[in-house]
Design a binder for this molecule. Structure first.
Ligand SMILES: Nc1ncnc2c1ncn2[C@@H]1O[C@H](COP(=O)(O)OP(=O)(O)OP(=O)(O)O)[C@@H](O)[C@H]1O
Length: 297
């Protein structure tokens, strides 16, 4: 029997709260279909997406490959407008926000692409995050470099500031992308699979950064393939099944052995282990169910 397990410690490294702002991100009746042949809408990927997330705190989005999680994040942010429904930041339709104002408040870290910024040092990459706060042709000023330094300290990569993006590990590069979004001083961070492709240590670094940020008052939306990370981090979770409306609620309510078994089409077991640091959630996929055998991936 194949067994895939994961566990995470529940220690937190909270720092003093420095932000008190709250933000509300809502999706109402969201639906999305990529364009099909002849310019007609194709088969809907997402239907009836409904949730309301109030920061600070964490919302995790969890679901199988190809269910539409990345599509959902991009539609939610207005990067690919919903074909049905709408999303709202603080009650105002995302389409009605001035781009510049919206991206000052919201930071988006897409799935990491290696070498996307090959010639840059990490400091140069991170200061690019200030562009939403700079004039369109302006060069970064002292304030911008100070914000970049601060973001690199918060993500633990200040010592790598002069290294080029080609000279750091995947985990360090992922932290640099998060720092780039943080440099804009957002109230809300949207992270698409920030811990994928990372080893245990680097995954832990990313989770600790998220915990520090939420303790400081940020709202974080994270798309993840790790159920234990959702249990560790998130107050709220959105389960995104294939071809069915997502389920939203308190993490401990919506994430059960039954719901995860149905969601992923594998037998899932959830346990907690006692550690000196506290209780740690433990999630194991223990075997196939026969469900989802027709999946294409
Ligand atoms: N540009 C596109 N045009 C048409 N279909 C697309 C496009 N991008 C993605 N899709 C399809 O939409 C579905 C959802 O893709 P999406 O990347 O949102 O899923 P996901 O849940 O994020 O997957 P993963 O967990 O593998 O990253 C998939 O079936 C994918 O093949």
């Amino acid at each position: 029997m194949s067994m895939t397990t994961q566990t995470t410690a529940t220690t937190t490294t909270a720092t003093a709260t420095t932000k008190t702002t709250t933000m509300v991100l809502e999706v109402k009746g969201g639906g999305y279909a990529y364009p099909g042949r002849n310019g007609r809408p194709g088969t809907p990927i997402l239907t009836d997406v409904n949730f309301r997330f109030e920061g600070p705190g964490v919302l995790t989005i969890l679901g199988p490959n190809g269910a539409g999680k990345t599509t959902l994040l991009r539609a939610m942010l207005g990067l690919m407008p919903w074909t049905k429904g709408a999303s709202f930041l603080d009650g105002k339709d995302v389409r009605d926000w001035a781009q510049r104002d919206f991206w000052r408040r919201v930071g988006y870290v897409p799935q990491a692409r290696a070498n996307a910024f090959a010639p840059l040092t990490l400091a140069q990459l991170v200061v690019l995050g200030r562009s939403a706060r700079m004039g369109s042709l302006a060069m970064p000023g002292d304030d911008d470099w100070a914000a970049a330094d601060q973001a690199m300290r918060e993500t633990g990569i200040a010592h790598l500031a002069e290294r080029r993006t080609t000279e750091v590990s995947g985990g360090q590069l992922q932290l640099a992308y998060i720092a780039r979004a943080l440099a804009a001083d957002p109230e809300c961070l949207i992270l698409d699979e920030p811990e994928s492709n990372l080893d245990f240590r680097n995954q832990t670094l990313v989770l600790e950064v998220i915990e520090r940020l939420t303790a400081k008052g940020l709202g974080v939306v994270i798309n993840t393939h790790f159920p234990a990370h959702a249990l560790r981090l998130a107050d709220r979770t959105l389960l995104v099944p294939r071809g069915k409306p997502p389920v939203f609620g308190a993490t401990r309510d919506v994430m059960t052995e039954e719901s995860l078994t149905e969601l992923f089409g594998v037998q899932v077991r959830m346990r907690e282990v006692e550690l000196p640091e506290g209780r740690a959630p433990y999630v194991a996929a223990v075997g196939r169910t026969g469900l989802g055998e027709d999946r294409e991936d």
